[in-house]
Ligand binder design. Sequence first.
Ligand code: 89V
Length: 350
Amino acid sequence: MTETPKVVESPSRFAMFGCGFWARFQLAAWNELPEVECVALYNRTRSKAVELAKEFSVPNVYSDAGELFRNEKLDFVDIVTDASTHEEFLQFAASHHVPAICQKPFCLSLAEAEKHCEKFASAGLPLFIHENWRWQRPIRVFARILRENWLGTPFRCRIDMITGFPVFENQPSLRNADKLILLDLGTHILDVARFLFGETESLYCVTHRVQAEIAGEDAATVVMNMNQGRTTVVCNLAYAGNALERDPFPETQIFVEADRGSLELAPGHSIRVTTPEGTFSRCFPPKMYSWVDPAYAVVQSSIVDCHADLLRGFREKDYVPETCASDNLKSLRLVFDAYKSAHEHSTIRY
Ligand code: 89V
């Protein structure tokens, strides 16, 4: 599937669909970028859109998506609703010939995601996925060090995101999600694994539900063979880290062992390079925008850099953003294959 010609010129007028927990941060992050204007907000419950529109001076509010598309002149849409409604809004965007950004997880099945990729590509419309985790500052630095090859060939990597943070308080729908941690967090972490090591040769996954009162799995371990068979990558995910001495939320911890040394992303955004000569370490904290919640900073700040990359994808003719839909499809495939592996106790080979 090839990426598509660009249709957006700056300044860019967009509408946002969804006014839940993430919408406020999404809008604040758009405000950090020049010549982007949110001209309309949609929410099923109109009052929530009215409230957010007032806070961000957005001129128009809708609870009818068809009406919004008929009335507004848009350069793109930003879909921030939960994944169960992505289908509906992507259909609207495609039929009105409007480029789209869709929040992760892109879709609730791979077939659905593939269908949208094909539909947008054949209409010559850009479709990008808002996958921000790989845009976290410490993860960008980590990837750069790995690529600069200070450490030789990696043979093992552990990526941990284990927390007891009350994620259901901010995002109550996650409590009822029958697919939970792999779809909500695994989309991010498996995408980071691809960002660091490229494509996967095989995958095995085990899942658990630790908290009895939720619908889905809240712990998962995914073991992958990556980097052309050279590196075993283990992703440990849990929203049920109930006995942690220090809860690292929302920091990802990464440890890479290579033939000439090791590289660690440790709590406090500390990057530590260890070779036979000793350990070199430095902290790479996120940029603290006025609107970020300090308890969520490294994640929320990364939204700005993710937006900037997607915007560049709309504005520059030959630029394909890192998290365009056809690339994100590869991360999403790992998520659904992880469910398959856990269900069948089987190894998935590519
Ligand atoms: O960023 C996310 O996708 C959220 C999390 C709880 C990890 O912040 O769901």
